[in-house]
Design a protein around this ligand. Sequence first.
Ligand code: CIR
Length: 254
Amino acid sequence: YRFDSFIVRTPSSSVVNGLRADDRGNPTYAGVLAEHAAYIHAVSRAGVEVTVLPPLEAFPDSIFVEDPALVFPEGAILLRPGAPTRAGETAEIAPVLKRLFSSVLDLPRGYADGGDVLTTQNSVMIGLSARTNREGAEALIESLARLGRKGEIVETPKDVLHFKTDCSLLDEETVLTTERLERSGVFKGFRTLLVPAGEEAAANALRVNDVVFVGSDYPRTAELLAAKGYDVVPLRTTEIGKIDAGLSCMSLRW
Ligand code: CIR
């Protein structure tokens, strides 16, 4: 959760057509732009340098740069997003990563979305989901090994978009998660904090250096984290939430 650098991508006007499981109406373009701008401002204040990539009209979900790649201080891995409309995002981010990282690997087969990947100190958890299949997860373990990282395959709760939709790392020992994911037992060895019932979407929080960003629609989660001693900063995710996104999705971090 200690980061120096972020990559984000400016939303294109096509973002209003982003993928979603349940249609609660399109987000507004102005609203997404405002949430994105506030995110850049807030993470910059948390002490990271932000590279802002240009919008891509052809890819409505390309604002969610977390999904087509994985980054570590020691190198990057280009992924193969599981949604057909997002597959082309990898080729768009590849040249940027090749400029910034000396080692950039390709996922050789299968499908994997970065939203399914939780990096902790000792391992990289890869959640199987509708976007990440076993073939992709196994291939990713091989790529991670080439970067000196250990990968492990875990399950994402049914009907949850991504593994990280339901969890985020608060510090080396602590994970914020939902009751349904914690029940699966994946976080053995971690201290877990559960988001209050009704605030499941708050589990996709984002720890950056000394602060924890939490969706501003989830006051009870913010209160819980503040009571545990975290420095909580609320960020609006109302519009991006309509296309199933949270705070981690909008950046690549290392
Ligand atoms: C999608 O369905 O792919 C986008 N509408 C949302 C992606 C959110 N990304 C993430 O959780 N890493």
